[in-house]
Write a protein that binds this ligand. Structure first.
Ligand code: UT7
Length: 332
């Protein structure tokens, strides 16, 4: 009997309407369109505006779209894993809130915190649940409302991030398609370079922490860049090597969208033509856990059954890795 693998059988996504363009940022901080485009590749990002709206409110339309495309009801979902670093609240998990909002009454769920690698880590966990044979419909959603933790007076970070959510459905497959391999890594030593200083048990929120702006993202950009540019490329390359594949065997690279220069380095290391690289950083910026599923959402119609696809990420933690999948369906 063919081994059960976990295939992506539907994709959903959501980005808010409001576009924060480079031109608008030029009026807010000392920056310019040329610097942002050449150093990062970002042209605009989407921002979730409105009181009372949170990460779960972006997950809901993404997951409902996926259900509609696959022709399933939310009650049929067995499990939901939400990768995010901007949960609606510390607890309960955003996954639980999403399940409640969409009526996924039969699902259990939890959040997974692995920053920009969150979607890959969650996908690997979800795939294992499906491969076990116990779960038939597992939803993986990567979502972040980065605007909630960005300091819009800090020009080194506020130009980078945006808000969004992307989701995939995992189901059992016996035709060889699905999640084939994952090479995942983490190194807590990287925490000094990318973190939020306060709000956790180390430094609970206080008037002092708010005044010191310690509830925003802190990033030592050049140090993170240096680590990311080698680690993401190495993970993707090593994944190919251990599966006896070359860039020619790969239909698409789906990279985390943090910086176009990091993406180019990864594609070069894999020996991959740049037409095979999904790139939407110019439209959405860095949406943290949402970048990879949002790429799949944008490119879904171009994907063909049997396509071998590499997903790759690097982010806070540090966390990083690459996942090989064989696409399971032709889009209608
Ligand atoms: O997704 C999670 C993982 N994160 C990443 O992978 C991000 C990794 N890091 C990066 O992508 C890059 O380091 C950044 C895009 C964040 C920064 O680019 P950089 O080429 O590393 O620039 P830098 O920080 O070395 O700054 C170069 C110069 C500095 O000026 P001086 O000291 O040379 O005079 C900065 O002050 O650019 C200046 N600068 C800016 N200028 C205009 C920094 N931010 C801006 C800005 N506009 N927004």
């Amino acid at each position: 009997m063919q081994k059960i693998s976990a295939a992506i059988t539907a994709v959903g996504g959501y980005v808010p309407e409001y576009r924060l363009t480079n031109a608008i940022l030029e009026t807010m901080i000392d920056t310019n369109d040329e610097w942002i485009k050449t150093r990062t590749g970002v042209e605009e990002r989407r921002i979730l505006k409105g009181d009372g709206l949170a990460t779960s409110d972006m997950c809901v339309p993404a997951v409902l779209e996926l259900c509609e495309k696959r022709g399933i009801k939310p009650e049929e979902i067995d499990c939901m894993i939400c990768a995010t670093v901007t949960p609606d609240m510390f607890f309960p998990a955003t996954a639980n809130i999403v399940c409640d909002k969409i009526g996924a009454k039969n699902a259990w769920g939890f959040d997974l915190s692995a920053a920009c690698s969150g979607f890959l880590f969650a996908l690997t966990n979800g795939a294992a649940l499906v491969e076990s044979g116990r779960y038939k419909k597992v939803v993986i959603v990567g979502a972040d409302k980065m605007s909630a933790i960005v300091d819009y007076t800090d020009r080194t970070t506020c130009i980078l991030f945006g808000d969004g959510a992307g989701a995939v459905l995992l189901e059992p497959s016996e035709d060889g398609s699905g999640v084939l391999d994952s090479l995942l890594k983490s190194d807590g030593g990287g925490r000094d370079f990318l973190h939020m200083k306060a709000g956790g048990s180390l430094k609970p929120a206080s008037v002092e922490t708010v005044t010191a702006k310690e509830h925003y993202i802190y990033q030592a950009g050049p140090q993170v860049f240096k680590a990311a540019v080698t680690a993401m490329a190495d993970a993707a390359y090593d994944l190919l090597q251990r599966n006896n594949l070359t860039g020619d065997d790969i239909a698409w690279l789906v990279p985390h969208q943090a910086n176009k220069r990091i993406i180019d380095a990864t594609a070069n290391r894999m020996g991959l033509a740049h037409e095979k690289v999904m790139l939407n950083i110019q439209r959405y910026g860095n949406t943290t856990a949402a970048t990879i599923p949002l790429c799949l959402w944008d490119w879904e119609k171009k994907l063909k059954k049997g396509d071998q696809i590499v997903l790759a990420a690097f982010g806070g933690g540090f966390t990083w890795g690459a996942t090989l999948i064989k696409w399971a369906y032709d889009s209608k």
